[in-house]
Design a protein. Structure first.
Length: 288
């Protein structure tokens, strides 16, 4: 992969306040301080994950990067351009697949290309390329209802990549699939990322997912959301699922968990008092 030196995303002193109406009969409004003095830089071609408690502002931060949420103060840039609204410089993939049910898979992938004004022939050529990239060429003429959840998410990735954004924003994209499918999608996503060299910001509740995928992991605190620590993940690439049972992986996992434990989060993967990794309340032995 290319050297990751240029700053692709720059966030300086970002703050967000929500103004909430009081109940009927009460005068004025109240304010909720959602994000507090966020400072973060993401390098070109980097894979950065964000973890933190529910309600800490992870997804809100992503929506600001996508231009879907206005900030209260601070400076947020992609490249040299400040973000003022939605842009073709960013692609966003959410937990819901958001595919158009009346369009074939190919026509779904072509959607962003239509917005860009490309010719029919060029749209068809690019869509076919990215459908092949995610390994679903034989399903091009199918409709979303004919695909599994994992396949739908791969098409959502192909659609986001097809119009060639500089940055790919992913908000818990694999939360709705089973654990085996999620593991396969992790390896598929890394293969696609290494092939395209896109800058990715990935929001997740899963410590294991964040470590396995990322170059760095940003850990956020409870609301108001702040970045508590950014951890460099020094694990060799390409990565395979077997790395999760290794000693180095376990050290990273424990470190992130300890940060979240002091925050008091109860929604992420954790360890019990015997040093066993707990997922969905079922303890599993791991090396720590």
């Amino acid at each position: 992969m290319a050297a990751k030196n240029r700053i692709e995303i720059s966030i300086e002193n970002l703050n967000l306040d929500y103004h909430i109406r009081r109940k009927k009969g009460d005068a004025g409004s109240t304010s909720l301080h959602a994000l507090d003095n966020i400072n973060l830089s993401v390098r070109e071609g980097e894979f950065l994950s964000v973890v933190g408690p529910s309600g800490c502002g992870k997804s809100t931060l992503l929506y600001i990067l996508a231009g879907l949420q206005k900030k209260t103060s601070g400076v947020v840039k992609i490249g040299d351009a400040e973000i003022t609204g939605p842009s073709l410089h960013t692609g966003i993939i959410m937990q819901a697949y958001a595919l158009f049910p009346w369009r074939t898979i190919k026509k779904n992938v072509e959607f962003g290309l239509e917005v860009k004004g490309l010719s029919k022939a060029k749209r068809s050529e690019i869509a076919a390329e990215y459908i092949e990239l995610v390994g679903l060429s034989e399903f091009s003429d199918r409709y979303p209802y004919e695909l599994s959840g994992g396949m739908k998410q791969r098409i959502a990735i192909a659609r986001a990549l097809a119009y060639d954004p500089d940055v790919l924003l992913m908000d818990e994209p694999f939360a709705a699939v089973d654990e085996q499918t999620r593991s396969l999608l992790h390896e598929e996503l890394l293969r696609i990322w290494e092939a395209t060299n896109k800058t990715i910001v990935f929001v997740t509740h899963s410590i294991e997912e964040a470590i396995f995928l990322s170059d760095r992991v940003a850990v956020m605190t409870h609301s108001p959301g702040q970045i508590r620590e950014i951890i460099d993940i020094d694990l060799k690439r390409p990565r395979e699922a077997s790395i999760k049972s290794g000693e180095e992986f376990s050290k990273y996992r424990k470190h992130v968990w300890q940060l979240l434990q002091t925050i008091g989060d109860s929604t992420v993967e954790t360890f019990d008092d015997k040093g066993r990794f707990v997922l969905d309340s079922q303890p599993q032995e791991v090396a720590i």
